[in-house]
Each structure stands twice: as structure tokens, then as C-alpha cells.
Design a protein around this ligand. Sequence first.
Ligand code: HEM
Length: 269
Amino acid sequence: MAPPSPPPPTKAQTRLIRRTWERVTEKRLEKDNPNVSASYAFGKAFYKTLFVLEPQLQSIFTNTLQQARVLTGILSYIARAPSVMPERYKDFASIKDMNSSISSPPPPPASSSSSSSSSSSSSSSSLLSDSHQHHVKQGVDEGDENELNKEEEAWMAERLQELGARHADYKGFQESMFDHVGPALVEALQRRLDSEYEPHIGEAWLKAHDYVSFHMKKGLKSRLVWEEALADDHTKHYQYKKLHQQRRRSSGASATTGSAAKASNCSIQ
Ligand code: HEM
């Protein structure tokens, strides 16, 4: 029996993922090259770890433009970005909540003494600021009442399965490669968030990744099974055709022999 789907990340975790992603795209570290954006630096950290975990991927991701596109795709699905959710669901209260949670800014810090690391460019939005941390923590606790409804979840799982099935087209792609994406994302988060990184952030990202890759793998597997069955059908069809032709040829031959025999019989008579 197929293993059950892991639960999707709660909305609070999705919000946390989006906030950490926003933070990653603005946070610069002292050692950063000033000509390179924070998102690019995250991408570099992500692919660096990915290539250590799975060296074969280097031959698949050979250009940075393609890499950036793939990473953006991965992140949009993991963060359940509105771009990957259907237009019609925007009418659902829960999706509205989800969208408004992105546009509403995080609450102001409780005190001006928020932890300002020397490497952080804007300490007021630091994930370590007391109020933000409290908000995030509160969000995670509230999460269970706030999950995707059944219809939204079914829709999301279906999209992820289609996405996974499309990955069969990417040359050199193997199912096991999915397993390295989660750890590479967490490692990149740790490097880029630096002192702002906390274990519950990594947990939220890994939970989202587990859910996404479960459904992508499922879609990939069903496509491969389907293609195998099709190939099998083609082989069977080809074998049947060959057998049929052979039979026709041999029955044609025996028919000729038969008629020759008949003719010779006739001639005897
Ligand atoms: C959780 C894991 C992953 C997610 C969510 C994901 C998501 C995506 C998305 C959204 C795209 C855009 C094209 C489309 O919609 O089909 C894409 C393209 C692609 N993905 Fe993935 N992906 C994942 C893992 C991987 C892995 C492990 C590989 C390793 C080979 C990979 C290789 C590619 C390639 C080669 C493309 C095509 C890029 C292009 O447009 O040229 N993906 N992925």
C-alpha cells in the first residue's frame, strides 16, 4: 500500500517560510560581494551544498539562469506562493487570510533594543526581534486551526504531482535527487540568516519540502509506470504484429503448398 501523504505545512509555517524568505532576500552579510544581491548569495549557498550532496547535479544545472529559474520554482511551491495557487481560490476566506498575511508587515518591535547583528542590514525586521519571534511562535501555535481546506489541499497535491511528472523530461533527473533539496535549503538558510536562524525555521522549511517532494515523487512515479506500460504495450503490439505476419506468411506458404498439392492431385486424376 502507498504511504500516506505527510501533512502540508500549516499556514503559520507557510507564513514563517515567507517571512524568512523575505528576510533572506534583504539580509546582507559583511563578507558579501556588494555587487551581488542577497537572493543570489542564497542561491549560491543552496547550490553549493546541493552539489556537495549530489555531485551529479552539476552536469544538470550548468547555467545560472536555469538554476535561478529552478530555485524560484522550488521556493514558490514550498512557500505556496499565490502564483502557484489557483485564481478562483482567492475567494476562499483561508486563501484571503494567506494573502493578507504576506501584504501585512510584521508587528513593530516591542523595544528599540532588538538584536542588531553587525551583519544585518535592517535590524527592525530581524527574525530574532522579540515581538517578531513572539508573532512567529504564536503563528506556529495557532497553525492547526488554519490549515488548507480539503479542496485546496487536493488541488495543491495534484499540481505538485503534475510538476513531479514534468521532471521526468529533465535529462539526468533521478527521484533520489529530491531528497537533497531540503537539507541544502536548510544549510543555505543557516548560512544566510546567520545568528537569526532558529531550529523552528528549518523545521518549517523541511516540513514544506517533505510535503512537496512526496507529491512530486508520486507524480513522477505514476508517469514512469504509465510510460513503462505504454512501452510494454508497444512491444506487445510489435511482437503480436510480427507473429501475425509470420503466421500469415506460413499460412500463405501452406496455402500455396496446399493449392500446389491440389493442382498436382488434379493432374494425377
Ligand atoms: C522539491 C523539489 C523541487 C521543486 C519544488 C521543483 C520545482 C520546479 C519548477 C516549478 C520548475 C519550473 C518548470 C516546471 O514547472 O516544470 C522546475 C524546473 C526544473 N527542475 Fe525542478 N524542482 C525540484 C527539484 C528538482 C531537482 C532535485 C532537480 C534536479 C535535477 C530539478 C531539475 C529541474 C530542471 C532541470 C528544470 C528545468 C529548468 C528549465 O526551465 O530549464 N528540480 N522545477
